[in-house]
Design a protein around this ligand. Structure first.
Ligand SMILES: NC(=O)C1=CN([C@@H]2O[C@H](COP(=O)(O)OP(=O)(O)OC[C@H]3O[C@@H](n4cnc5c(N)ncnc54)[C@H](O)[C@@H]3O)[C@@H](O)[C@H]2O)C=CC1
Ligand SMILES: O=C(CO)COP(=O)(O)O
Length: 373
């Protein structure tokens, strides 16, 4: 073998052989994730709400509404019957809209294996309770933390369905369970890292949607790269402050589930949050934007509960506040960029005064180096 040969990433095919897993939800992400799991060697069944969609996936190997042009793997099974979908599954991945998850959990409860682990792929918070999805799972099904996981990262579905390589973070309070989830979800084009920071992993996915809305809005207005760079940078600061105040590890927000996802969602024209923001920036109302969107843009529903939590925690989120004002029609989209701080804000340091000392940077660097292997 030549020393220059490119290493081939083989995924976990043999380790996952015969392993039954279920994906609940057959939209763009549920279907793409089912492909990842199948390509990782798992025995996958996807549950679709509509029988005709299950039939199309099972028979034609297509999901034309959500993943046009994508051929799905042969082994993937699909059904609209929950009992069939969940039979024998120890890992259950949830890919439904955040506002329906609670009801979906009640629907699947009778068919769940008592040892199964539930993994949220959802990037939203419940509007009525302000709960993260792992909290909704614990609240609805009364499961212990070691049976609840979350996966998040820079994961634009259509790119991954085309097998363009990327990574994600699988997190669970129990490290061994996080590793088990990551093993099931590691395909040749999808590298899954492991974390025990469920709060940071989930909040990264929730909060980047709000910043992507802001990016879409200023894009729609016609502002350029300086404005967007300022929003992304200050947006990450808002995301990190909010997440740390919620119990997350700051390092998670500088990883794939934070910065990584923020970059992907803010840059991609395929992002639904970015697209929704752009329509609003072009002058469409929130109602008209919802009508034009064929898919879930979680950010729009997450803005009010995130701001409610921020106020409770004493966190100021100028960008998210301004997204809310644009959405509610109390601020013109063109004012979002120039007002990166609230009007009564006094000039202040860019970094918090208790920013990490050189020693803390070194420890952070060592930690990142240790996790990059
Ligand atoms: N599409 C993407 O690139 C990614 C999406 N996500 C997250 O995954 C979650 C699901 O999003 P997508 O699959 O993209 O949305 P989507 O809009 O493509 O599909 C939503 C799916 O949910 C189903 N659905 C709607 N109402 C339902 C109900 N009451 N009960 C059960 N199912 C229902 C729809 O029929 C559809 O199959 C969201 O939280 C999203 O933020 C996460 C990573 C990537
Ligand atoms: O979460 C995503 C990418 O990681 C998908 O973003 P959108 O929901 O904005 O399409």
């Amino acid at each position: 073998m030549s020393t220059n040969s490119i290493p081939v990433v083989r995924g976990n095919g043999s380790r996952n052989r015969g392993r039954k897993v279920t994906v609940v939800g057959a939209g763009s992400w549920g279907t793409t994730f089912a492909k990842i799991l199948t390509d990782a060697g798992c025995d996958v069944t996807i549950w679709a709400r509509r029988p005709e969609q299950a039939h199309e996936i099972q028979v034609a190997r297509r999901n034309t509404q959500y993943l046009p042009g994508i051929n799905l793997p042969k082994g993937l099974k699909a059904t609209s019957d929950l009992a069939t979908a969940l039979r024998g599954a120890r890992l259950v991945f949830l890919a439904v809209p955040s506002q329906t998850l609670r009801q979906n959990l009640l629907d699947i409860e009778p068919y769940l294996d008592p040892r199964s682990v539930l993994v949220s792929l959802v990037k939203g918070v419940e509007r009525t309770t302000t709960m993260r999805m792992s909290e909704v799972i614990a609240d609805t099904l009364d499961l212990p933390p070691e049976r609840i996981g979350a996966i998040s990262g820079p994961n634009i579905a259509l790119e991954i369905a085309k097998e363009q390589p990327t990574g994600a973070v699988a997190s669970c309070a129990d490290f061994a369970v996080a590793q088990d989830i990551a093993t099931a979800a590691s395909a040749p084009y999808f590298r899954t890292y492991v974390s025990t920071d469920v709060i940071g992993t989930e909040l990264g996915g929730v909060l980047k949607n709000l910043i992507a809305l802001a990016i879409g809005i200023v894009d729609g207005v016609g502002y350029g790269e300086n404005t967007k760079a300022a929003i992304i940078t200050r947006g990450l600061a808002e995301m990190t402050e909010f997440s740390v105040a919620s119990g997350a590890d700051a390092a998670t927000l500088s990883g794939l589930a934070g910065l990584g996802d923020l970059i992907a969602t803010c840059q991609s024209p395929l992002s639904r949050n970015n697209t929704a923001g752009r329509l609003i920036g072009q002058g469409y109302s929130q109602e008209e934007t919802r009508e034009q969107m064929q898919q879930v843009a979680e950010g729009i529903t997450s803005v009010p509960p995130v701001l409610e939590l921020a106020r409770e925690r004493g966190i100021v989120m100028p960008i998210v506040e301004q997204v809310q004002m644009v959405l509610s029609g109390t601020m013109a989209p063109a004012h979002l960029g120039p007002h990166l701080a609230t009007e009564d804000d006094v000039p202040r340091p860019e970094q918090p005064l208790d920013a990490p000392t050189p020693g803390r940077w070194r420890r952070l660097f060592d930690r990142l180096k240790g996790s990059s292997a």
